[in-house]
Design a binder for this molecule. Structure first.
Ligand SMILES: [Zn+2]
Length: 102
């Protein structure tokens, strides 16, 4: 056998169209190079969109203020008695550099 059917596009293609992949018994990846390339591009687009959505929400935080955003999200703010709140505040401080209490 000189090739196989690609699992993604279903086309029969010669081995040269499949990237080498030592973890597969055939020694080749199960999707053809064209499909892998396409998938890679699509995945990058998803990652970029996720990143810009995150960046946009952080912009919003700095504009409107963390308090308003977080209240809208349903978090109970400025309650130092609440261990969940303290944990949350610590996480926001470490992760995003946002300090909730003054
Ligand atoms: Zn394919």
């Amino acid at each position: 056998m000189e090739g196989r059917n690609c699992i993604r596009c279903g086309e029969f293609k010669l081995w040269e169209h499949f990237p080498h992949h030592k973890s597969f018994t055939s020694g080749h990846a199960s999707a053809c190079k064209a499909c892998i390339q396409k998938r890679y591009v699509e995945r990058n687009i998803v990652i970029q969109e996720t990143n810009s959505a995150l960046a946009a929400s952080l912009d919003e935080v700095s504009k409107k203020g963390a308090e308003e955003i977080l209240t809208n999200m349903g978090f109970e703010l400025y309650n130092p008695e609440n261990p969940v709140y303290l944990q949350f505040e610590e996480r926001m401080r470490v992760k995003y550099g946002i300090t909730l209490s003054k």
